[in-house]
Design a binder for this molecule. Structure first.
Ligand SMILES: Cc1cc2nc3c(=O)[nH]c(=O)nc-3n(C[C@H](O)[C@H](O)[C@H](O)COP(=O)(O)OP(=O)(O)OC[C@H]3O[C@@H](n4cnc5c(N)ncnc54)[C@H](O)[C@@H]3O)c2cc1C
Length: 474
């Protein structure tokens, strides 16, 4: 595939920046033997072939925003999929698009916007890769299209034995289930066919509600409202009213195709970089919800692609000697209030970190993935925390997180796997009883056990290293 040198250098710079940014969010370092960035399936096949012959393991890197080295392990060939990012086909009649898996959601939106089309489901930020999003089976703000797998018609997978297979709900269904949400441990998703939706103009309407009323409002007014396209809810982190209020931001579908982007106002989101203030200032945390609701969160009209197009780069941590982590817990709907009450006590007990953001989400039951975080409908609670970059803080966070995981499990919930690997092996097995099935699927499809990551190494009983000295093999 032809690329001019300037664009190649530009891509390399962007990639370096993104890798550095995601590394700054990671819990631990990781040293692959090599990073390879194929830009064609043939090149990818050759890398796999070489790894198989030389018995060196492989890890898959998409956008690299997972935070526990789910994309990496020591002494592996790390394959950066981001250069495999081409548009394969767009069927405007059927609203289906096929792309290579390294494409970002942002790029996908750029392809769709001129045709009046938009992304149906993705995360809250658009810099993630589509393959990586399917690798975790991400979820976002759309109440209907959720999680991402619900918009996937089919995938093309390169297995480590060199075979390319198509998989969907009607063809190789076992493989389809096994590659979605299983963290790159079964096969390499090379192409994805996604269902897309009209890029309508949305009307953004923020509301400030009491958290105790939220659940009732959600089921009576939001969940089944056909006009409600996107929905998010940010809990108050004011230390005096912790989790007592919530800013609900609803985006209503006007049913009109969005005019060209320049004719609409920008999304008018609260400035994400102000999040850094929350890490150092009690006053900022105290005033946040009030400031956001009365100053920033204004009603506005924007296209669906604009509303879903924010960049994660604006969240860059600027507080020296600290790092940011995310965590997410999925609980049955009736457990939302009890969970939030317990979470309030938990965060008062653990003062070694700053809670800088807490969001509520709705996640529909995931019937696609072999390893679902939401086997039934769930409320999700997302926590964004800042902690000192020290081993003491890491130890304290491991202990505190394990308490929170136990709480979630006792309420019939699960925790999300793309974040730091704080859970014990026992907790992983209790949260994801399907993990055993994943290991069996891996044996079936990844016959040489080539695909690995620190997540796999932390939780799966390990087979022996393929070779004693992988460095010498390359
Ligand atoms: C600031 C921030 C916000 C986030 N918001 C959300 C959110 O709103 N919703 C949500 O669900 N999650 C969210 N996440 C969590 C999560 O990290 C991302 O959803 C996911 O990592 C994004 O894709 P990526 O391209 O960065 O994937 P990566 O981190 O690169 O990869 C994720 C997993 O998929 C595997 N993988 C990558 N490419 C492929 C492929 N082609 N074939 C097979 N496996 C592959 C990798 O090996 C890895 O195990 C967020 C994370 C951060 C840091």
């Amino acid at each position: 595939m032809f690329r001019c040198p300037i664009s190649a250098r530009f891509h390399a710079l962007i990639l370096l920046f993104l890798i550095c940014f995601s590394l700054s969010c990671r819990a631990e370092n990781c040293t692959p033997l090599q990073i390879k960035s194929p830009d064609h399936p043939r090149e990818l096949e050759m890398i796999i072939d070489e790894a198989r012959r030389k018995k060196v393991r492989i890890s898959l890197l998409g956008g690299g925003y997972s935070q526990g080295n789910q994309t990496c392990a020591n002494n592996v060939i790390q394959i950066n999929i981001r250069e495999m990012n081409q548009l394969i086909s767009l069927d405007i009649e059927k609203n289906l698009i096929t792309v290579q898996s390294g494409m970002t959601w942002k790029r996908l939106q750029e392809h769709l916007t001129p045709f009046g089309l938009g992304v149906a489901a993705m995360q809250s930020y658009s810099d993630f890769s589509i393959g990586g999003s399917l690798g975790v089976n991400a979820h976002g703000q759309d109440l209907h299209w959720n999680p991402v797998s619900s918009t996937v018609e089919s995938v093309k997978v390169l297995l480590t034995d060199g075979r390319h297979l198509h998989a969907s709900r009607t063809e190789n269904h076992d493989l389809f289930r096994a590659v979605i949400g299983t963290y790159g441990l079964v096969g390499i998703i090379t192409e994805i066919t996604l269902r897309v939706v009209p890029n309508h103009t949305l009307l953004k309407r923020p509301e400030l509600v009491k958290t105790q009323d939220y659940e009732k409002l959600f089921f009576n007014e939001y969940k089944n409202n056909k006009r409600l396209a996107l929905h998010s809810a940010r809990l108050s982190i004011n230390p005096l009213f912790l989790f007592r209020n919530v800013i609900v931001v609803n985006y209503y579908d006007t049913g009109e195709l969005a005019p060209p982007p320049l004719e609409l106002l920008p999304p008018n989101l609260p400035p994400a970089e102000k999040i850094n203030l929350m890490k150092t200032s009690w006053l900022a945390r105290f005033a946040r919800t009030t400031m956001e609701f009365f100053l920033y969160e204004k009603s506005a009209r924007m296209s669906r692609n604009q509303a879903m197009g924010e960049s994660v780069v604006s969240l860059k941590n600027t507080v020296p000697g600290t790092r940011d982590i995310l965590q997410e817990y999925f609980v049955p709907p009736e457990q939302l209030q009890p969970f939030l009450n317990a979470l309030r006590n938990w965060s008062k007990k653990h003062q070694d970190f700053e809670l800088v953001n807490a969001t509520l989400r709705w996640v529909n039951a995931d019937k696609d993935s072999l390893l679902p975080y939401a086997p039934e409908d769930r409320f999700a609670i997302v926590l964004f925390m800042n902690l000192p970059d020290t081993s003491e803080a890491e130890k304290a966070m491991t202990k505190a997180t394990r308490e929170l995981i136990d709480l979630t499990l006792s309420m019939g919930g699960r925790y999300y796997l793309p974040y730091a690997l704080y859970a014990s092996r026992d907790q992983l097995n209790r949260a994801y009883p399907e993990f055993e099935q994943l290991l069996k699927a891996k044996q079936l499809w990844d016959t040489g056990d080539l695909l690995t990551s620190k997540l796999y190494q932390a939780y799966a009983p390990q087979r022996k290293a393929h070779i004693r000295n992988p460095k010498a093999a390359l």
